[in-house]
Design a binder for this molecule. Sequence first.
Ligand code: ZN
Length: 284
Amino acid sequence: MSGNEQFFGIVRKGDFYVFAPQHLEGATVKLTTTWIEEPHATESGVIDLTEFEGKIIEVSGRDKGKWIYSAKVVEEAGPVLSDFLKRVFLKDEVRVKRCALVIGHEKESPGIINKKRNVSEFEFNEQLYLLLEKRVKHTAIYRVLRRSYAELPDDINELDPDFIISLHCNAGDSKTSGTEVLFYHKSQAGKRIAEILMKHIVQYLGLPNRGIIPKTSQDECGLLLRYSTAPCVIVKAFFMDNDTDVERAMENPEGLADAFANAIDEVSNKVRMEHLPIGNDIFI
Ligand SMILES: [Zn+2]
């Protein structure tokens, strides 16, 4: 058919989101098989794109306003071209963010133990991880177990995550109660992540908000915060030596996992990530 143009784009929620030609870049249009001269038939000729959802397709036709007329799906782009076009045109919009979820301590050396419930930090947080991993919707979760504390930052950097959450619990005088989230003092992204996690956890647990706390590399747990390059926070959701805190945290494991999962998805969607340089002394 003469006068037809070629279009490239992705199918999103049943519509065609155009990458090229340039004058239509970023437009969302519908496809119809009808001719432009038959305006009343436009709807009846609409092409159902369900089978191409999320795929990059090439279309031929003539564009006018919100429609491409005399439209035909010519072909679906292969995986290599699709990946390239998505990266160019959608940038990080379609890329799922990667979260490294670190379970604090180790099986053999499990951190703080609550004697009443006979549960350790490691056991509690491993269970939390298993529940929240299933609940996260827009983030790829990578579980990180500690080989040794010294090797932890390098192990995480090798995964190349977008952000890092390390799960711990607090300990005090068995009466102190509440939630803390630690972040590296030079990281704006870390601070935003800490705020979002704090908001969701306090909303769910209802324990005192003890604040988001900036840490330097000299502080305890500073090594992980400083030497992992992606923004990193350490969550201490409650006090493991406070029986009331522990009861609250263990009351409904799914509820707590939901709070974490929602926080992680919100971080993925909202926080602009920035990585720290390695081995630069001004970042102490
Ligand atoms: Zn710990």
